[in-house]
Ligand binder design. Sequence first.
Ligand code: MN
Length: 144
Amino acid sequence: MTLKKYQAKRKFASTPEPKGKIKKTVGNRFVVQKHQATHLHYDFRLEADGVLKSWAVPKGVPEVKGVKHLAVEVEDHPVSYINFKGVIPVGNYGAGMVEIWDKGKYILLEKNKKAIKFILKGKILQGEYVLFNFKGKNWLIFKV
Ligand code: MN
């Protein structure tokens, strides 16, 4: 894990986002941030290995079993990003409003090259989920 890509994309003098650093803790939290950027999308983030593993989910994380949504893997974010909400000013990467749509804890069930299985314990999202890597940075997220 690294925050180099995250930090290289941002100008911390002009965005309220945290610069962040890699934590020593493993962590077990998740967040879904609603991000009204050029295109509305939802950012799904799992705390793991001292960072937030992150995916952009155009249609959001499904609440109903069997509905599969595309989740595009993006750069690791700092753990402190888990509480970030606010407006990223025009002219900055990802400019637009960020709101916390859901957050909570997760329990990791299984992780391999192609799939991550976990239980979400959020306010909105509850139950067993799978992230399945089908091509490059493209994953599917769905409830089982
Ligand atoms: Mn985003």
